[in-house]
Design a protein around this ligand. Structure first.
Ligand SMILES: Nc1ncnc2c1ncn2[C@@H]1O[C@H](COP(=O)(O)OP(=O)(O)OP(=O)(O)O)[C@@H](O)[C@H]1O
Ligand SMILES: Cc1ncc(COP(=O)(O)O)c(N)n1
Length: 281
């Protein structure tokens, strides 16, 4: 695959920010995003939205950060360090989403603004634990998705956001149309959960054409953090100035390799592993 360029040692690199929760097991959330940012030549900045008590078996507690502290982290970074792209992951509740959308208008974040925004609409962990309050769904739909440069739901999230039950490529494309109509500039509907298919195919749509990104399905239980890794790789590529389709091509190859080199950890699901980028066999 084509890799993104790194800045020469000592020079200021491209910057990106993740607005997401922490995973104490280090598999998903902020930890996953920072691994991908660093390994794809990007300095990663962080706005923490929630602290989760989490391991390979699941999430046992969540502590949310006050909305004004989330907005403060974003404002502090944009006004000093400057970033070329951002992504959202776990946002926990509607008040945090409102704070992000408000500060986004202030700092020029989102579609048709200076800083592109990847919205990974995380609703639950892979173990089924809720990571977004159900009453926040309207705020996600009405306020955050309309400022997304690209929104990247998995099939469970598609069902919660659009009501569409994706069972094949046709319903996947139908969901992408609805997400685009909700205001996202691009919608990328991930097919990782269509487990009956031998290929894992994601559909990208911008209101004019459907693009498909696919890879043979890798047989592993260790796919914790795959969604975060796809979205942060796309964020890195956008920070480097790539178009959304080129960023999606890069991110799909990046996450596929990271799933291929995932490893067991704990008694449950191990994490995907972008360290293939530097640690060869
Ligand atoms: N077994 C697999 N083999 C190859 N690619 C996969 C596999 N599972 C998921 N993918 C790809 O990984 C990316 C993440 O997709 P997925 O639909 O699993 O999202 P997600 O549920 O948000 O991820 P996760 O919950 O694991 O963080 C997509 O590009 C998807 O096609
Ligand atoms: C803090 C945080 N953010 C995101 C996820 C989703 O990742 P997954 O679907 O692999 O559990 C998670 N489990 N925890």
């Amino acid at each position: 695959m084509n890799l993104l360029p790194s800045a020469p040692l000592g020079a200021t690199p491209v910057r990106a920010m993740t607005i997401a929760g922490t995973d104490s097991g280090g598999g998903a959330g902020v930890a996953a995003d920072l691994r991908t940012f660093a390994l794809s030549g990007v300095h990663g900045c962080v706005a923490v939205t929630a602290v989760t008590v989490q391991n390979s078996l699941g999430v046992s507690a969540v502590h949310t950060i006050p909305p004004e502290v989330v907005a403060g982290q974003i404002r502090a970074v944009v006004t000093d360090i400057g970033v070329q792209a951002m992504k959202t992951g776990m946002l926990a509740n509607g008040a945090i989403i409102d704070a992000i959308v408000d500060v986004a208008a202030e700092v020029g974040l989102g579609r048709d603004r200076a800083i592109p925004l990847v919205v990974d609409p995380v609703c639950a962990s892979m173990h089924g634990h809720q990571l977004l309050a159900p009453e926040a769904m309207d705020t996600l739909r009405d306020r955050l998705i309309p400022i997304a440069t690209v929104v990247t739901p998995n099939l469970d999230e598609v069902r919660l956001i659009t009501g569409i039950d994706v069972v094949d490529g046709d319903t996947q494309r139908q969901a992408a149309v609805v997400l685009h109509e909700m205001g996202a500039q691009w919608a990328m509907v991930k097919g990782g959960h269509l487990r009956s298919s031998p290929r894992s195919a994601d559909i990208l749509y911008d209101g004019t054409e459907f693009l498909e990104f696919e890879h043979v399905r890798i047989d592993t239980p260790h796919d914790h953090g795959a969604g975060d890794t796809l979205a942060s790789a796309m964020c890195s590529a956008l920070a480097h100035g790539m178009s959304v389709p080129d960023a999606a091509t890069f991110a799909k190859a990046w996450v596929s390799e990271s799933i291929r080199w995932s490893y067991p950890l704990g008694k449950g699901h191990g994490p995907v592993n972008p360290l293939w980028r530097v640690a060869g066999p």
